[in-house]
Design a protein around this ligand. Structure first.
Ligand code: NAP
Length: 469
């Protein structure tokens, strides 16, 4: 059995990393055997018991060291991400720095976020205490191969949980780098371990008694599978799934700023972010002017070697992902969408695809109805603000979104009617350790980051002390 053009081989029991900019094989990794997985899980359980007894101050010292280790090794880690999944090297460096920020943030704030909360009741004293759940399995995607993991790991470990990472199979080197960060920073062996297994192995891991809870960041089908299995074994789980974020531009918006930010919101990471702007919903009065400005801004996102610092857009992470995107474009053009920028397969090796803008998109087309995980912007005409909100909500997804207007109060009122986990007014959706992150509808449930994220994998314990008042 092979997957993704021979990435995983059942015959040799290995997984390969392929450079999507060149199609060249980078490295081959042995899959973990059952005996190795048993050892890893046993050790994680034993370590978590001891780890959970340490003070926040003790855990915080190590988490600060993890941040420092990331910064000290940023060049190497960033290059590994660029080579395994194709993001421009400067973006990869920024991603590693953001992970260090998350380590510092939770080292500094975890104790405050998880402090006992006293609540007046019939008791002499009653309070909420937060207790870690145990060993948490994290199933992660390749698009931000470090950030997706650290935004789970920094809070989970600070809270006294242990982590088992099952990373996407195309970024195994990054997965091992992350384990190295914790090991070399002095975390006890077993506090955070990477398992090298295919996605098909996740079911068995969820069923294992040694796993207490599960988090997945990934596609909708993978989320459904993890939710079903977690439900079967009654394990707490968090789902961070796909998105088809609306980027609404109303007639009173600053058009030049909106167009510039729109291009960044769509073409960052070659369009492979769950919170990329994907559906650009533009009020009729400014539609043509917006399209002209947006196309001009989008031209800056030319493709090139992601290891070259001048490159703004690298390849997609895998050729099968690019093929899916091409089908979505073709399906939409067949229904009447017009390509006004890009749209053709570049004649070069690798999984490259040009920045592409489609106009005359309507709500029947694949680029409207499905998530597009690549550099394709769908521009949709809205009659007015009411219609724009209606179109934005006409999606199975509900992750993030942006709304551009010159009238902030009106923007805030409209934001309350947009059914997503985040609305950014006059900006683009982005994650920030200080703010909660997550979605509704088919984008999943639960939250990461902020004080809310660290409480997801905790037993929220009520303590009641008598005698009653
Ligand atoms: P994916 O194919 O779902 O893979 C994500 C992870 O799930 C990988 O580790 C994968 O392992 C594993 N997996 C695949 N099938 C599985 C199954 N049936 N059961 C359990 N695990 C399974 O997603 P992707 O292509 O890596 O990432 C892109 C998707 O992630 C997009 O939909 C994007 O919107 C979403 N995403 C969401 C967020 C968010 O915060 N909401 C953030 C980033 C990305 P293998 O690689 O071994 O198959």
């Amino acid at each position: 059995m092979t997957q993704y053009g021979s990435v995983i081989s059942a015959q040799t029991k290995t997984v390969d990393s392929i450079n999507p900019a060149t199609d060249a094989k980078l490295e081959s990794f042995a899959l973990h055997t059952q005996a190795e997985l048993d050892m890893i899980l046993d050790r994680a359980v034993a370590t978590q018991r001891e780890w959970s007894q340490r003070t926040f101050a003790e855990r915080g010292i190590l988490m600060k060291r993890a941040g420092a280790y990331l910064r000290a090794n940023a060049a190497r880690f960033a290059l590994n991400a660029t080579r395994e999944m194709g993001k421009p090297i400067g973006d990869a460096e920024a991603e590693v720095e953001k992970c260090a920020w998350a380590c510092d943030f939770y080292a500094d704030n975890a104790e405050k976020f998880l402090a006992d909360e006293h609540i007046s009741s019939t008791a002499s004293d009653s309070y909420i205490a937060y207790q870690p759940l145990g060993v948490v399995l994290a199933v992660m995607p390749w698009n931000f191969p470090y950030w997706q993991v650290f935004r789970f790991a920094a809070p989970a470990l600070m809270a006294g949980n242990a982590g088992i990472l099952k990373h996407a199979s195309n970024v195994t080197r990054c997965a091992l780098d992350i384990e190295e960060v914790f090991t070399e920073s002095g975390f006890p062996a077993g506090a955070f371990t990477t398992v090298v297994v295919p996605g098909a192995e996740v079911k068995r891991l969820i069923a294992d008694d040694r796993i207490a809870a599960v988090t997945i960041t990934g596609s909708e089908p993978a989320g459904v599978s993890v939710a079903s299995e977690s439900g079967r074994y009654l394990k707490k789980h968090v789902l961070e799934l796909g998105g088809s974020d609306a980027f609404i531009v109303l007639a009173d918006a600053n058009l030049a700023e909106a167009a510039k930010t729109a291009a960044k919101a769509r073409f960052q990471n070659a369009g492979q972010s769950c919170i990329c702007g994907k559906r650009f919903i533009v009020e009729d009065a400014i539609y043509d002017r917006f399209v002209a400005a947006f196309v001009e801004e989008s031209k800056a996102y030319t493709i090139g070697d992601p290891e070259d610092r001048a490159t703004k857009m690298g390849p997609l992470a895998r050729t099968d992902l690019r093929d899916d995107l091409v089908k979505q474009i073709e399906g939409s053009v067949a229904k009447g969408a017009r390509v006004v920028l890009g749209g053709t397969l570049p004649k070069r090796a690798g999984a490259f695809f040009e920045a592409t803008v489609l106009v005359d998109v309507d709500d029947t087309m694949p680029v409207f109805r499905e998530e597009t995980f690549g550099p394709v912007a769908a521009v949709i005409r809205a009659r007015d603000a009411e219609h724009a909100v209606e179109l934005a909500n006409d999606s199975t997804f509900g992750l993030g979104g942006a709304l551009w207007t010159g009238d902030i109060e009106r923007g805030k009122a409209l934001a309350r009617r947009i059914v997503t986990g985040a609305v950014f007014i006059n900006g683009m959706t982005a994650s920030d350790p200080r703010l909660p992150f997550g979605g509704v509808k088919h984008s999943g449930y639960g939250r990461e980051l902020s004080y809310l994220g660290i409480r997801e994998f905790m037993n929220i314990q009520t303590v009641w002390v008598g005698p009653a008042k």
